[in-house]
Design a binder for this molecule. Structure first.
Ligand SMILES: [Zn+2]
Length: 186
C-alpha cells in the first residue's frame, strides 16, 4: 500500500515468541477459567449471527456491545458471505439462529487492493502454482462498501445452505469507523 503519509513510522510488530511471552503473562495475571460449553449455553445462546470484516476496527462484539456468548461472529477479509456461509450453516445446526447480519465498514483495507495486484503477487511468489489454480483463486474486491454489502445480501438469499427463515432475516450494514454507527444498506 502506498497511501501512507510521508512521516509514517511502522509500529512494533511482535513475533510469535514475543506473543507467547505475553500469553504467559495473560494466563498468570488476567485469565479466568471459562465455563464449559454446556454451562455457557445454560446462561446464554446466540440468536444472531454476524458476518463481518476481520479488520480490528470492525469488531461486532465491541460495536454491538456483545457480552460473551451473546453474538455469534464469523469474520474474514471484507466480511464476504461466500467465504462465511458454510460456517454459518454449520453453527446454525446447533443454534438455529433467528437473524443474520452482514457488516462491512468504511475505509476497509480491501478497497486499497486491486485484483491485478493480488494476482501479480501470487504469480510472482508462487512459481509452482498452475494457471488453473491461480485462476480458481477467489478474489472479490469492491470500491463501494454499499455495493459489497448488497452483493453479500444476494449471496445469502441465494445460498442453498441456509434455511429460508434465516435467509429472509438477513440485514446488511456499513459500520462507520468514525461515528461508530451501523448504517443500513437496502
Ligand atoms: Zn475491512
Amino acid at each position: 500500500m502506498d497511501h501512507k503519509p510521508a512521516n509514517y513510522k511502522p509500529v512494533h510488530r511482535p513475533t510469535v515468541d514475543e506473543l507467547l511471552l505475553r500469553n504467559k503473562n495473560y494466563a498468570a495475571t488476567a485469565h479466568r477459567p471459562w465455563p464449559d460449553m454446556w454451562q455457557l449455553l445454560e446462561w446464554t445462546a446466540p440468536s444472531t449471527i454476524v458476518i463481518a470484516c476481520a479488520d480490528p476496527r470492525c469488531d461486532p462484539q465491541q460495536f454491538m456491545e456483545g457480552r460473551k456468548g451473546e453474538i455469534a461472529t464469523i469474520r474474514n477479509l471484507g466480511g464476504q458471505a461466500e467465504i462465511s456461509i458454510h460456517d454459518v450453516a454449520t453453527l446454525d445446526s446447533e443454534f438455529q439462529f433467528k437473524e443474520l447480519v452482514v457488516v462491512h465498514h468504511t475505509d476497509c483495507g480491501v478497497t486499497y487492493l486491486t485484483k491485478d495486484g493480488v494476482y501479480a503477487y501470487l504469480r510472482e511468489n508462487l512459481p509452482d502454482a498452475t494457471t488453473a489454480a491461480l485462476e480458481a483463486f477467489p478474489i472479490r474486491i469492491f470500491s463501494s462498501m454499499e455495493e459489497g454489502v448488497r452483493h453479500d445480501l444476494e449471496v445469502v438469499r441465494n445460498s442453498p445452505y441456509l434455511r429460508k427463515e434465516l435467509k429472509d432475516s438477513v440485514r446488511g450494514f456499513v459500520f462507520d469507523i468514525k461515528t461508530g454507527l451501523l448504517n443500513p444498506v437496502v
